[in-house]
Write a protein that binds this ligand. Structure first.
Ligand code: CU
Length: 470
């Protein structure tokens, strides 16, 4: 977080933070000095000033790793290390990552580039990096034990290959994977096409982020790494709502969003107000004949989906995973459904024994956002986020696509809340309520019932006390 490197334009979107550290002449002679990021904010795109030009991506709550050119080779330096990641304001997690953050920085190169990546291991155990989706020599594929010895603590390995095909890729360890990915070790890789590509359109906005998940008990800092399915924090780039920044675009911009899934379950990603097409997978750009309009696309484990649309509707549009438990933050899951249960009297008796006792859920869970319920330190509420009309009652994998007429080209700053045109907001009806005309038809069945039950009964639905799959 010091001065700017002379060959990169690199400025933070929020607060003007500069991420690149100065590279000394001594370091330039040897390994590229590792560049460490201390901010969890979305950094401005890293516009290339060496090598072939391209339109850079913006990593949601992340950044792109600067490189140096060394005799025609792009050199990067990744440092695998323990990091403290602010997952949302007021909540920090002790994770493992790269160069100061989890996920690691995005690596951006151009098709045909020769790339050399130094990987230094500052973890307490060995690691490796697998370059998910890349065409490369087998010995550069990063599978510890299979294609290389593991990188022991304190050691630096070098990977070198040509970025052979354009596309969107990921990187992650292939050594003690369960632990290291549950701790947050992963990153994005974008290879831009070297010239106009028939299946890769030019876009005005290009976002990317990874889906990841953690199991961190409320009040604690370190993920439980043995968890297989019942994670309690569903994150985008190791951030949870309301800590995920909005995606800010100009009206009529063509928008591309690249999303990789390194969690243990699928995520149906949904955008409001627009239809998109899937223009790419980890395997590359999709043929045009395979593209159809969608508003939700399911991203399975280990997959990347690249979606594109024209942002031609102004407004604040929710953008989220459609699994409703994935738009919640850490909570106790073993809570029975108490909707409709009248607690009056009972609560009073219990609170005479337990002063802090509080009844939850008798009118749904939305009350949770209003209650001034004490929560442990270093925890965010289960559902929260203040919008212009009140609590958004969300958590986890949720953000907002902000489409604005007056957003400047290339400006990714948050424009604030949408100013709705007069008369275009749902509101309380205050006119007269006429007596409704009701149908006198006798049910909807095609034939009358032969036997009538003697008295009507009502099924009381009660959810099971716990669940284990998401
Ligand atoms: Cu999800």
């Amino acid at each position: 977080m010091t001065s700017r490197r002379d060959f990169f334009r690199f400025a933070g979107i929020a607060g003007g933070a500069v991420a690149a550290s100065t590279v000394s002449r001594v370091a330039m002679a040897g390994l590229p000095e590792p560049i460490i990021q201390s901010s969890a904010q979305t950094m401005a795109p890293l516009v290339p000033t060496s090598g072939r030009p391209y339109n850079p991506v913006v990593t949601l709550n992340g950044w792109t790793l600067p490189w140096r050119m060394n005799q025609g080779v792009k050199e990067f330096h990744l440092v695998a290390e323990p990091v403290v990641r602010e997952m949302a304001p007021g909540f920090k997690a002790h994770l493992w990552g790269y160069n100061g953050q989890s996920p690691g920085p995005t690596i951006e190169v151009v098709e045909g580039d020769r790339v050399r990546i130094f990987v230094t291991n500052k973890l307490p155990e060995h690691t490796s990096i697998h370059w998910h989706g890349q065409r490369l020599p087998s010995g550069m594929d990063g599978v510890a034990g299979l294609t290389q010895p593991a990188i022991q603590p304190g050691k630096t390995f070098v990977y070198e290959f040509v970025a052979r095909r354009p596309g969107t890729f990921m990187y992650h360890p292939h050594a003690d994977e369960m632990t290291q990915m549950a701790m947050g070790m992963m990153g994005f890789w974008v290879t831009h096409p070297k010239s106009r590509h028939p299946l890769i359109d030019e876009v005005q906005r290009d976002f990317c982020f990874l889906l990841n998940a953690f199991d961190i008990d409320p009040g604690s800092y370190t993920p439980k790494t043995m968890t297989m399915l019942d994670f309690n924090l569903w994150a985008w780039n190791s951030r949870i709502f309301p800590g995920i920044e909005s995606l800010n675009v100009r009206l009529n911009d063509k928008v591309r969003i690249r999303i990789g899934n390194l969690t243990m379950t699928n995520h149906p990603i949904h955008v409001h107000g627009h239809e998109f097409v899937v223009t790419g997978t980890d395997g590359g750009p999709t043929p045009k004949s395979t593209r159809w309009p969608e508003v939700t696309t399911d991203i399975a484990v280990g997959q990347m989906r690249q979606i594109e649309f024209v942002a031609d509707e102004e407004g604040d549009w929710a953008f989220h995973c459609h699994k409703s438990h994935h738009t919640m933050n850490a909570m106790g899951h073993d809570v029975p459904n108490l909707i409709g249960v009248d607690h009056r009297g009972v609560a009073k008796k219990i609170s005479s024994l337990i002063p802090d006792y509080m009844v939850m859920g008798e009118r749904g869970m939305a009350d949770m956002t209003e209650m001034e319920m004490p929560i442990p330190d270093n925890t965010v509420p289960m559902m929260t986020g203040e919008g212009p009309f009140g609590s958004v009652e969300m958590g986890g994998m949720f953000s907002v696509l902000k489409v604005r007429r007056d957003q400047k080209p290339g400006d990714y700053k948050d424009p604030g809340w949408f100013k709705h045109p007069e008369g275009t907001v749902a509101h309380e009806y205050q006119g007269p309520l006429a007596e409704p005309a009701r149908s006198k038809a006798n049910g909807g069945q095609s034939m009358p019932r032969v036997q009538e039950s003697s008295k009507s009964s009502e099924v009381k639905v009660r959810k099971p006390g716990s669940h284990h799959d998401h």
